[in-house]
Design a protein. Structure first.
Length: 95
């Protein structure tokens, strides 16, 4: 079996649909594992910037149901606030 390759650039303009599918899957996962944190990190700076732009776009909805922390220095996670450039995120459904 070949591993999944997420480095391919398709340019088929479905990024919003894909990210919404991932978000729904993460929320469903959190129903079954409410204490688990989900780690969000990209394999390129451009993708991380895109993820953060989408998080900022939907921040009002996200902050109501998700505890989200950003890591801006590669060491420590702090509560996320839009405008802070992050290298990765961790989050879980609010309990």
């Amino acid at each position: 079996m070949n591993p999944l390759n997420d480095t391919i650039i398709s340019n088929n303009s479905d990024v919003e649909k894909v990210l919404v599918s991932v978000a729904h899957t993460a929320l469903e996962f959190s129903v079954h594992y409410p204490e688990a944190f989900i780690h969000i990190v990209a394999n390129t700076e451009a993708k991380m910037r895109l993820y953060q732009m989408k998080i900022n776009k939907y921040w009002k909805e996200i902050e109501e149901i998700i505890e989200l922390f950003g890591c801006k220095d590669g060491k420590e996670f702090i509560p996320y606030k839009p405008g802070i450039k992050c290298l990765s995120f961790v989050g879980r459904k609010k309990i």
